[in-house]
Design a protein. Structure first.
Length: 71
């Protein structure tokens, strides 16, 4: 694995962690910013939807549901 791949994986992990935190804190605008032009895997999307359901935030749920899933 190259250092570029490791760096990219680190950025992806940090982005995902920031997204989880924004969902938990009901930060709708921050979630919107973090999801801009992004796609995610089915498992990731399902987990984030579950987090949003726990907070019962329909706006964040709608944002997450609109995210495309990568094959």
């Amino acid at each position: 694995m190259t250092s570029e791949q490791t760096e990219q994986e680190s950025r992806n992990f940090m982005h995902y962690a920031a997204l989880k935190t924004a969902i938990i804190n009901n930060e709708e605008q921050r979630v919107k910013e973090l999801l801009a032009n992004k796609s995610m895997q089915t498992l990731e999307k399902g987990y984030l939807l579950d987090l949003a359901r726990l907070n019962n935030n329909s706006a964040i749920l709608a944002l997450l549901e609109a995210v495309p899933v990568v094959p």
